[in-house]
Design a protein around this ligand. Sequence first.
Ligand SMILES: NC(=O)c1ccc[n+]([C@@H]2O[C@H](COP(=O)([O-])OP(=O)(O)OC[C@H]3O[C@@H](n4cnc5c(N)ncnc54)[C@H](OP(=O)(O)O)[C@@H]3O)[C@@H](O)[C@H]2O)c1
Length: 284
Amino acid sequence: MKIILTGAGGNLGQAISRVYERKDVELVKFRNEIDLDLTNRLDVLGTIGAVKNADFLIHTAAYTNVDGAEKNPEAAFSVNSTGSQNIALACQQNGAVPVYISTDYVFDGRKNTAYDEFDQTNPINVYGRSKLAGEYYFQALLNKYFIIRTSWLFGPEGNNFVRRVYEEIKVKDELPVVYNHSGSPTLTDDLAQGIWEVMRSGAYGVFHLTNAETTTWYDWAGYILELMGEDKDKLRPVSWDDLGLPAARPVNSVLDNLNRRLQKLPPAPTWKEATAALLHRLTT
Ligand SMILES: NC(=O)c1ccc[n+]([C@@H]2O[C@H](COP(=O)([O-])OP(=O)(O)OC[C@H]3O[C@@H](n4cnc5c(N)ncnc54)[C@H](OP(=O)(O)O)[C@@H]3O)[C@@H](O)[C@H]2O)c1
């Protein structure tokens, strides 16, 4: 199998590279905008078009600075929307089936229960709107595509919540953590495996892929400290509004992996199992 991978230098891109190394796959990687500038249509069509006989294109590259997007919407739309349009057009040309990585931020968070793939989208920030526009391009331009929405990514690479709690608790007396937002943490390695299973299913469409079960940022931090044998009293519960960040976030962005169950694909490990696995990796 031959797979083109955008954003190979990002958190998820690195995990996909690592997990797929153990599979019988040829990966054609584009790490960042120096390798392939998504916003340049001619560059994208020429470069992706030159890759022959690719089966899939996993599009992880994105403008991911959620607060930065509020200040600079054009940068976010240029990469996440127009960049995705360019990728969709390139897939039209070379026949690779796209796997577009999208986000829980396409929802507004007002639902009381988990969001499934058939729920209405309604993003409340620029980043979410720009990623949803990316989804529309794949749906409008291609018959066969996968859209994979995920959330609260963490893994061995890059700066993420588990790493931050793990490192900051050792040097700080107190850690403010948001208690009033619920979501579905997702280990990048588990997502990479989930993407693999979805791609091979042939069940084109939209999938929510996260680790199983849900939590809040505060309870997640508590569990990390429990695993580390640290004192949970160091955590200070704060509301998201207390942080005064530019972008609004959905209060509830729990993603129900309904389509995964409907397509009889294997369930992901729980977020607790995934967090324990990463901490084990960080400490050994
Ligand atoms: N992180 C999360 O919690 C989360 C949650 C839900 C969904 N997602 C989605 O999951 C995907 C992967 O996220 P991630 O955390 O792995 O992101 P990331 O670490 O920020 O990586 C994004 C990648 O995209 C590249 N990129 C940015 N602008 C580009 C451009 N104009 N042309 C080409 N490449 C460009 C970046 O290159 P540089 O490093 O050189 O900028 C980087 O390699 C994204 O689509 C994101 O929207 C993430």
